[in-house]
Design a protein around this ligand. Structure first.
Ligand code: ADP
Ligand code: MG
Length: 258
């Protein structure tokens, strides 16, 4: 943990560095020769058609899977060896859907963000304060005692962000967080993420709504097995990377009906 901090604070070092990574679940690569850096404080929007490897790339970035070839570093360490989980707030695809059946309260979920930091299994004053501040920051203090399963999709989404904030993470990774959330709540949600990024939190967002990504992200990566674009939103909208990447979509969809 201490070494990671030292590495991370070395100015100019990327927070995540993916170098020439190839990965497949079987014989056929899902990702091929992908290289991409995530700079501290940036907001990376990761786009691409269904089945293009976005969630897989995020897994690799967070060290949840190991590449077949190439390397991934996270906070300056080999990603698969990284163990300071409290530095990362990760909301997996469908996490909020799964939370519908969780028999726990909002505050209990947010408290989970403190588990890796807790000493001797006890909650300190600092832990409690961090939980209350996180609830406050995303505007769900009044929902703290409610069952997570009884909330709307948008409210549940905030609970997961609060959990990440409570852990005082340096990186927030969100995989299609607003699926099933109404338009108004989505706007509010992205304003919140935008603000959090402005205060220095590094954000990686997988999102199918290109408009949202080009509005809020500082960097865009467009993938479909390979990297089609990596740069800023202004450049992205001027290239044909999107149609090129999505042009292969038909091909991908024939093999993938998820
Ligand atoms: P995306 O997030 O862009 O929709 P994924 O990374 O989830 O894409 O999936 C990329 C490809 O890998 C798809 O063809 C998908 O079916 C396949 N895939 C994803 N997860 C697994 C898995 N656990 N086992 C086998 N194949 C998988
Ligand atoms: Mg996905």
């Amino acid at each position: 943990m201490t070494t990671a901090t030292t590495e991370r604070e070395r100015a100019g070092d990327p927070l995540i560095s993916v170098d020439d990574v190839t990965f497949g679940y079987g014989e056929i690569p899902v990702l091929e020769s992908v290289s991409i850096d995530v700079e501290p404080g940036s907001f990376l929007g990761l786009v691409g058609p269904n089945g293009s490897g976005k969630s897989t790339l995020l897994d690799l970035m967070l060290g949840l899977r190991r590449p077949d070839s190439g390397t991934v570093s996270l906070f300056g360490e080999p990603a698969h060896e990284f163990d300071a989980g409290e530095r990362i707030g990760y909301v997996a695809q469908d996490a909020t859907k799964a939370a519908r059946d969780m028999p726990v309260t909002v505050r209990e979920v947010v408290e989970m963000g403190r588990y890796p930091r807790r000493l001797f299994g006890r909650f300190s004053t600092a832990d409690r304060r961090a939980v209350e501040e996180a609830l406050e920051q995303v505007g769900i203090t009044d929902l703290a005692s409610r069952r997570v399963g009884r909330l709307s999709g948008g409210q549940r989404q905030r609970v997961f962000i609060a959990r990440a904030l409570a852990s005082e993470a340096d990186l927030l990774a969100l995989d299609e967080p607003t699926v099933g959330v109404d338009a108004e709540s989505r706007e509010e949600f992205y304003s919140l993420i935008h603000e959090l990024n402005a205060t220095g939190l590094t954000v990686i967002l997988i999102e199918h709504d290109i408009g949202v990504v080009t509005t809020h992200a500082t960097d865009i990566a467009c993938i479909n097995r390979q990297l089609y674009f990596d740069g800023n939103p202004e450049e992205f909208v001027e290239t044909d990377a999107l149609s090129q990447a999505y042009g292969k979509d038909q091909h991908v969809l024939q093999h993938d009906h998820r």
